[in-house]
Design a protein around this ligand. Structure first.
Ligand SMILES: Nc1ncnc2c1ncn2[C@@H]1O[C@H](COP(=O)(O)OP(=O)(O)OP(=O)(O)O)[C@@H](O)[C@H]1O
Ligand SMILES: Nc1nc2c(c(=O)[nH]1)N=C(CO)CN2
Length: 164
């Protein structure tokens, strides 16, 4: 059995539909899905706001590479084009963690290295798993508490939007 945390992001086209496409594609392995958040862009800041959400998924059959393949298949279904790093995209699906797996393979870094600094991942993750820990980094709630106010202020709940 393997359990993974996946983060979803979209800032091009029908953003909510892209996140829903991912949730639908994972429906048979989906344990929990967060609310949808509207978030100010980090990294490249001159681009439209994102919608972000986090999913908790579990399956007997999948290992960490299977989760990466599933993530990439969903990005292809949303016709994601690879353009500039951290630039606009129809759908980004990152594998945040898979159980306690630690990987330094460039094609699959686990836990995903950006996670401790990303309020756009930590806030929705905590919503669905309040006791979550990030392997090698400790409690997700403490990582979030350590972030500057400016990072968390850019993440706004959108109760009018739902993944399913
Ligand atoms: N944990 C992971 N989840 C998803 N992709 C990963 C992971 N670790 C490494 N990768 C690799 O990252 C590449 C995709 O990068 P992508 O273009 O999505 O990066 P990005 O979303 O712009 O930046 P970031 O990875 O910092 O969010 C893929 O080739 C994939 O193999
Ligand atoms: N708010 C926000 N900003 C981003 C995001 C994202 O998902 N949310 N993804 C990026 C590329 O991975 C770059 N910047």
């Amino acid at each position: 059995m393997s359990r993974a945390v996946l983060s979803l992001g979209s800032n091009l086209g029908d953003r909510l539909e892209h996140l829903r496409l991912a949730a639908r594609g994972l429906s048979e392995v989906l344990l929990a899905s967060s609310s949808v958040y509207e978030t100010a862009p980090w990294g490249v800041t001159d681009q439209p706001d994102f919608l972000n959400a986090v999913l908790l998924v579990e399956s007997a059959a999948d290992d960490e590479w299977d989760w990466l393949r599933r993530a990439q298949r969903l990005e292809q279904e949303a016709e994601r084009r690879r353009e500039r790093r951290w630039g606009p995209r129809t759908l980004d699906v990152d594998v945040v963690t898979v159980d306690e797996v630690y990987s330094r393979e460039p094609e699959l870094l686990l836990p995903h290295p950006g996670t401790p600094e990303r309020a756009t991942v930590l806030i929705p993750w905590l919503e669905i798993e309040p006791e979550a820990t990030l392997p090698g980094h400790g409690a997700v709630s403490e990582l979030l508490a350590a972030l500057p106010e400016a990072e968390t202020a850019g993440v706004r709940l959108r109760p009018d939007l739902a993944l399913r």
